[in-house]
Design a protein around this ligand. Structure first.
Ligand code: HEM
Length: 260
C-alpha cells in the first residue's frame, strides 16, 4: 500500500523521497570506475603482442591458469568475461536512465549544448553517443570472448582480426571505448570531488589535460596494437585456424646435436 502511495505522490507516507535514484547513481559510478580501470589493464594485456607473440601467448595461458594448474583451462577466462559482462550490463542499465527519452528533451539538450558551448556539457554528449555504440559492439565482443575463450592467442586473435574481418569492428569499438572511458573517469573525479584540492577550477583544468593525455596514449596504443594483429593475421592467412605454439627453447650442444 505504501509503495502505491509513493508511486502516485512521489513521497512515502512519512513524506520521505526514495533513496533509489542516489543508490543507482552510486552503482553507476562504481561499475563505471571498475570498467574504466579494467580497460587500462585490458589494453596492456592485449598490447603485449607488440613485445612478441610469445609474450602475448604467455599472458593468455596465465589467465587460463597454466602456471598453477596442470593444464590451461580457458573456462577460467569465460568466467572472468562473464563477470565483466554482468558489470557492463549493470553499468549500461543504470546509465541509460540519463538518456533524453523523447524528441523534446533531445532538442532541449542540443540547444542548451550549442548555446552554452561548454566543454564538459559537450563531453556528456560524446559520452552518451559512445555509450550507445558500446551497447552493441561491447556486448558482441564480450559475448564472443565468453563463448570463444579458447580462441584467444597470437594467431587465433590475429586470424579473427584479419581473416574474420573484425578489424573495422575493433577500430570503431576502440574509439568509442577510449573516448567513453576517459571522459567517464574524468567526470567521476569532478562529480565526487576526487583530486579537487584547494582550487577546484585549477584542478579541473589539470584533470582535463591528464584526461586528454590518457585518451591519446590509449588510442595510439590501441591503433598500433590493432595494426600488429592485422599484420600477423595477414601473414598467417594461408594457415588460418592453426594455433600458436610457444617457441621451444632450443639449445645447440657442442657435439652438434640439438636439445629441445
Ligand atoms: C574479460 C573481458 C575481456 C577479454 C578477455 C577481452 C579480450 C580481448 C582480446 C583477446 C582482444 C584481441 C582481439 C581478439 O582476440 O579478438 C581484445 C580486443 C579488444 N577489446 Fe577486449 N576483452 C574483454 C573485455 C573488453 C571490454 C569490456 C571492452 C570494451 C567494451 C573491450 C574492448 C576491446 C577493444 C576496443 C579491442 C581492440 C584492441 C585494439 O585494437 O588494440 N574488451 N579483447
Amino acid at each position: 500500500m505504501s509503495d502505491l502511495i509513493e508511486g502516485f505522490l512521489g513521497k512515502s507516507v512519512e513524506g520521505k523521497k526514495s533513496k533509489l535514484p542516489a543508490q543507482l547513481d552510486y552503482i553507476q559510478s562504481a561499475t563505471g570506475l571498475f570498467l574504466g580501470l579494467f580497460m587500462w589493464g585490458h589494453m596492456m594485456f592485449v598490447s603485449t603482442i607488440l613485445i612478441s607473440k610469445d609474450f602475448m601467448y604467455k599472458v593468455t595461458v596465465f589467465f587460463e591458469g597454466a602456471y598453477f594448474l596442470s593444464e590451461p583451462k580457458p573456462v577460467i577466462v569465460s568466467v572472468i568475461v562473464a563477470f565483466v559482462f554482468i558489470v557492463f550490463i549493470v553499468h549500461a542499465g543504470t546509465a541509460m536512465r540519463k538518456f533524453p527519452s523523447n524528441f523534446r528533451q533531445w532538442q532541449f539538450y542540443r540547444t542548451h549544448m550549442k548555446m552554452m558551448n561548454h566543454g564538459d556539457t559537450t563531453m556528456w554528449y560524446v559520452q552518451a553517443m559512445t555509450g550507445f555504440v558500446m551497447f552493441f559492439l561491447g556486448s558482441a565482443h564480450l559475448f564472443m570472448m565468453m563463448t570463444k575463450a579458447h580462441e584467444i592467442g597470437p594467431f587465433a586473435s590475429a586470424d579473427r582480426v584479419w581473416s574474420d574481418f573484425m578489424w573495422p569492428f575493433y577500430l570503431i569499438l576502440l574509439i568509442a571505448v577510449e573516448l567513453h572511458g576517459t571522459i567517464g573517469l574524468y567526470r567521476l573525479c569532478v562529480k565526487w570531488g576526487w583530486f579537487e584540492g584547494k582550487d577546484a577550477k585549477e584542478s579541473r583544468a589539470k584533470l582535463k589535460k591528464v584526461k586528454w593525455a590518457i585518451t591519446v596514449f590509449f588510442l595510439t596504443l590501441g591503433v598500433v596494437t590493432l595494426l600488429a594483429y592485422m599484420k600477423i593475421g595477414y601473414d598467417h592467412k594461408d594457415n588460418y585456424g592453426e594455433r600458436y605454439h610457444a617457441a621451444s627453447h632450443l639449445e645447440l650442444r657442442h657435439d652438434g646435436k640439438v636439445n629441445a
